[in-house]
Design a protein around this ligand. Structure first.
Ligand SMILES: Cc1ncc(COP(=O)(O)O)c(C=O)c1O
Length: 1009
């Protein structure tokens, strides 16, 4: 694996569950694998002597003085100690908090699958032949959710339930062809209502609320039935929960039929955990025909609360004989069954023509990275529990609930608040004493009693408060006994139990049709998921050259830290006192990112790059509104930008306000074109969105000039920071003129990509926008403890909680290890590695942009073929539009993942090596890329049958899209294909040997493909 630049630090491995010395990329300083000598050699190959010379083309006034004003790096062991001591600041008690994030037992298989690096660290499965592991794991999730809900089409996740509801709303509007008016049940969670209102600002969407009946704790059905037909018919959709925020079951039959009768699309919010055997009725059974769309969350099936993040947003629609068009209007990714060119069964992503990378501002959504790895885990969790296990867990929670009800009935001053239609696992109690004192007293007996939800249902009764408790299989009967004992100590007995009645759930709320998802043993699942992982490749194994995705090494130390009890098991609604560990991490990371970007403020709430972009544009809107400039609705975006930029501007409410900026022949923004557009739209300008370094890997040297002119025109500047790995700790974004930037933690900041997510995107902003930031800012009080505070003019919230907290722990752990020297050094070596590869490959390949051969590359570059090469391939039956994707498949044969194909240049192969590989590994990669060029030149027919060593041949994606198959019963584990030669074996073979074998196989198969 190359000679790694190992430090001599001694590890006290006893505190860690793994020995870092056994993982060669884990121990080098700053996680940079190349030795100092290798760095010197690479510099010398490109004619330089110092890393700083890599950036001489950037105006020095834009660069940070070094060293940065940030803490120094720590040793591996001291990082481990520090992070453990922060986690220990949290308090862990018997908890009855559940509410919008119920907490259940996660089966042992979760830990096993979490540690399968080829699943957890690989990218979105854009190369299906080398991603069957991810694809099948997502297929299992889709099928399990389909079985539980009865819905035929479930996507492989959205960010969280609130975001899934919003996407369901936009989908309902598209399909109903009615005005964008939506009826929302007031009994939804307040956190999700806040997100919905934030997302809808500045768009055409308007919300009306169906009031709550304060005595039943449900929506007011009388109000609903008294709505005039004209009022009702204007709604596109009605959103309602099955179990509402007061812990009460809504009459989903009545609500769904109301929608059906009035031609409104119904969006039902569900909890999949409650849909197992013997539990609640699935949304397919709601009313006469079932709901139209579902939104929900499944984080609790996959992982512990993790301070509320990241969520696992479920979205589903019907797809059957009667309902065919909805699916094409939905957001997110779907996995379909497919065949390879030799008829083997396999899986592939389908329906991607709706997505932002193809349709830009016309896409159905801006979502790109989703919560893929949590979907993988939730699938494994359901297979481990089976539908029966889910039902049994709910039954146990229900027994606890019943026991507590029985215990409180003979007590005075405490009563079930809504005795009819209780949810099976929750209980809201009416308390006629001081609830804050009660909660305090419980805490002193080590019980987190539940939460105060009095503000969700304000009654006229003076001094009465509502306390909500959640029960689950995590509780023991001793926990319940302790709770009861506490309540008996706090409330005196009463003899008045005459009004008490049965609390059994009405049959009509329960599942009518049978469900059977078998439970598989842990051994079976370990073997199965272990095999799944072998079908993927990971950046652990070698260069994963996917441009724009920054597939660097993801340290094990980070994952260990995120899993510490004081982080993973803290509920987002825990009291401030119990959550000091997470709050400190959020505070520290806020401060680090101010230092890294040079900007004044930071929000840690967005959970992906695309969501960060949306935060940015919403901040711009709020800023302009605040200044009374309501007509600034134009966003300038370079044509080469990532599709999410356009889709984000559309989602923010400006589908018609997007103006494309053109590039010059050197691949940067054409300043003349920019000036013309500024002249034309100046007064209407909301802002500009620029990726820097741009998607061709070139630094936008006119960025500052453009930013100054945008500011002069009253606009604001968003920087897509997906490519921060090239400039972190080097370029001061404040000097550059940036007003908002997102930092993808799943790229630059070493968060595993999870086969498509969860991502994370810390957004930093200039001082103009600080008061508008979403979510809460973490502040440190005089006594050193941490608290949170809403900014003065906050635009609202983009996530029901704190965003993806676990990823913040991972990034913070990484930052502690890097320190002020490590951040710029990491970026410098990433740029050096790319420039070194570019130097070695530019003589064998043409490069893009066409006239930019001499523009200094940053962290990535684009290769292409000459027109003669393309013509030669055409002569051998490979059309020009298939040549680049097919060359991508040849990389798989050499044991690598493919570069990014066809983005941002249709005929380009974008390569990004990152700083994680030794020179020897990069040299081997060069050898492979040159061998691929030899094949293109000398044996072009090989491209037709590539790839050859993957578990399957090329996938028939067209067929899979034409004949959509989106689920199957899980009465057996989906069969697995087998590697013909595994990636690890390929890594051990000489490149010449692989080349020989590829040509031989292709020769043998000629005429068969
Ligand atoms: C340049 C660029 N911008 C934005 C995004 C979207 O980020 P995310 O997938 O985290 O939403 C990507 C993702 O690959 C990207 O490469």
């Amino acid at each position: 694996m190359g000679n790694f630049n190992s430090t001599s630090t001694l590890f006290n491995t006893s505190t860690l569950p793994f020995d870092p010395q056994e993982f060669p990329r884990e121990t080098p300083r700053h996680y940079i694998s190349a030795t100092e000598q290798e760095i010197k050699d690479m510099l010398s190959t490109i004619g330089l002597t110092e890393l700083s010379q890599l950036f001489v083309h950037i105006n020095p006034t834009l660069l940070f003085p070094q060293p940065l004003d940030l803490p120094e790096e720590q040793t591996y062991q001291s990082v481990a100690n520090e992070i453990a001591s922060i986690a220990s600041l949290s308090n862990h008690k018997i908890s009855f908090i559940g509410d919008q994030l119920p907490v259940w037992q996660t089966p042992d298989i979760i830990e096993f699958v979490s540690n399968l690096r080829n699943l957890s660290t690989s990218y979105t499965p854009y190369q299906p032949e080398r991603s069957q592991g991810t694809l099948i794991s997502h297929w299992i999730y889709q099928c399990a959710m389909s079985a539980l809900t009865g819905f035929e089409a479930i996507n492989t996740s959205l960010y969280d339930r609130s975001f899934a509801i919003y996407e369901a709303i936009t989908c309902a509007i598209r399909t109903s062809k009615k005005p964008s008016r939506i009826l929302l049940a007031s009994s939804l969670f307040p956190q999700e209502i806040e997100v919905l209102e934030t997302l809808a600002k500045e768009t055409d969407i308007k919300f009306d609320f169906l009031t709550l009946n304060h005595s039943t704790g449900r929506c007011d059905y009388q109000v609903l039935s008294s709505l005039k037909i004209d009022d009702v018919s204007q709604y596109s959709a009605f959103v309602f929960p099955q179990v509402n925020s007061l812990g009460v079951l809504e009459d989903v039959d009545l609500l769904t039929d109301f929608c059906e009768d009035n031609k409104i699309r119904s969006i039902a919010c569900i909890d999949p955990f409650l849909l197992g055997e013997g539990s609640l009725k699935p949304p397919v059974e709601f009313g006469r025909k079932g709901a139209d769309f579902i939104a929900g969350d499944a984080q609790h099936l996959a992982i512990p609360p993790n301070f509320g993040g990241p969520g696992l947003g479920i979205f589903g629609c019907r797809h059957n004989q009667n309902t065919k068009t909805d699916l094409r209007n939905t957001p997110g990714r779907y996995i379909g069954q497919a065949k390879d060119l030799n008829g083997r069964d396999c899986h592939v992503m389908v329906l991607s023509t709706r997505e932002q990378h193809i349709r830009k501002e016309k896409a159905t959504s801006n979502v790109c990275s989703n919560q893929a790895f949590l979907a993988t885990l939730a699938g494994a969790s359901i297979l481990s529990k089976g539908s029966k296990g889910l039902g049994t867990a709910v039954e146990l929670a229900n027994r606890y609930q019943q026991k507590v009800i029985e215990a409180v009935l003979p007590l005075a001053g405490i009563d079930p608040a809504f005795p009819d239609n209780l949810s099976p696992t929750e209980l809201t109690l009416r308390i006629d004493t001081s609830l804050s004192t009660l909660l305090h007293n419980a805490r002193s007996r080590d019980i987190s009693l539940g939460i105060d939800i009095s503000d969700r249902c304000q009654t006229d009764e003076q001094g009465v408060a509502l306390l909500k408790l959640s029960f689950s299989d995590l509780h023991s009967s001793e926990d319940i006994d302790q709770l009861i004992e506490f309540l008996r100590d706090e409330f005196a007995p009463t003899s008045d139990t005459a009004s008490k009645k049965s609390f059994k759930i009405d049959q009509k709320f329960l599942r009518q049709t049978p469900i059977r998802i078998p439970a598989y043993s842990e051994d079976e699942l370990c073997e199965y998921y272990g095999k799944l992982a072998e079908l993927n490749v990971s950046p652990d194994d070698g260069c994963y050259p996917l441009g724009s995705c920054t597939m660097k090494y993801n340290p094990l130390l980070n994952d260990w830290a995120a899993g510490l009890d004081g982080f993973a098991n803290v509920h987002p609604q825990a009291t401030r006192g119990d959550a000091q560990g997470p709050l400190k991490v959020l505070y520290e990371i806020q401060e680090w990112f101010k230092g890294i970007t040079g900007l004044a403020g930071v929000t840690t709430q967005p959970v992906a790059g695309a969501q960060g972009e949306l935060v940015g544009i919403k901040l711009f809107q709020a800023y302009h509104q605040h200044l009374g400039e309501k007509d600034r609705k134009v966003i300038l975006i370079p044509r080469s930008a990532h599709g999410t930029n356009f889709a984000t501007a559309a989602m923010a409410g400006y589908p018609n306000g997007i103006v494309y900026l053109e590039a010059n022949t050197q691949g940067t923004i054409d300043i003349n074109d920019f000036e013309e557009k500024l002249e034309e739209y100046g007064e209407k300008l909301c802002g500009v969105m620029i990726t820097n370094p741009n998607t061709s890997g070139i630094f936008e040297t006119d960025f500052k000039r453009i930013a100054d002119k945008v500011h002069e025109a009253g606009g604001l500047v968003y920087m897509d920071g997906a490519n921060m790995n090239a400039i972190a700790g080097l370029v001061n974004l404040n000097e550059l003129g940036v007003d908002a930037v997102h930092n993808n933690l799943h790229k630059t900041w070493t968060i595993p990509h999870g086969g498509g997510g969860p991502g994370d995107a810390i957004v930093a902003v200039s001082d103009k926008l600080v008061d508008f930031l979403p979510g809460k800012q973490i502040i440190q009080l005089k006594d050193g403890t941490y608290d949170s505070k809403k900014p003065k003019y906050s635009i609202g919230s983009f996530h029901r909680n704190w965003g993806n907290f676990g990823h913040k722990v991972r990034a913070y752990t990484y930052l502690l290890r890097l320190g002020r020297e490590g951040i710029p050094r990491m970026s410098s070596v990433a740029v050096l590695s790319a420039r070194y590869l570019f130097e070695k490959l530019k003589t064998r390949y043409n490069t893009l942009p066409e006239n930019a051969l001499d523009s200094p590359r940053m962290h990535e570059f684009i290769l292409t073929l000459s027109e003669e090469d393309f013509a030669n391939l055409e002569n051998h039956g490979i059309p020009k539009n298939q040549a680049i994707p097919q060359i991508g498949k040849l990389f798989l044969d050499f044991g690598f993942h493919a570069p990014t194909v066809a983005f941002p240049e249709v005929f380009g192969l974008m390569i990004e090596p990152t700083e994680s590989y030794t020179k020897r590994e990069l040299d081997r990669f060069v050898e492979a890329v040159i061998a691929i060029k030899d094949i293109i030149d000398e044996s072009p027919f090989v491209l037709k049958s590539a790839p050859h060593f993957t578990p399957i041949d090329r996938v028939d994606e067209v067929g899979a899209n034409r004949n959509l198959r989106l689920n199957e019963p899980l009465d057996r584990l989906p069969p697995l294909p087998h590697n013909r030669i595994s990636p690890s074996e390929l890594m051990r073979l000489e490149i010449v040997e692989i080349k020989k074998r590829v040509i031989k196989l292709a020769t043998d198969s000629q005429g068969l493909i």
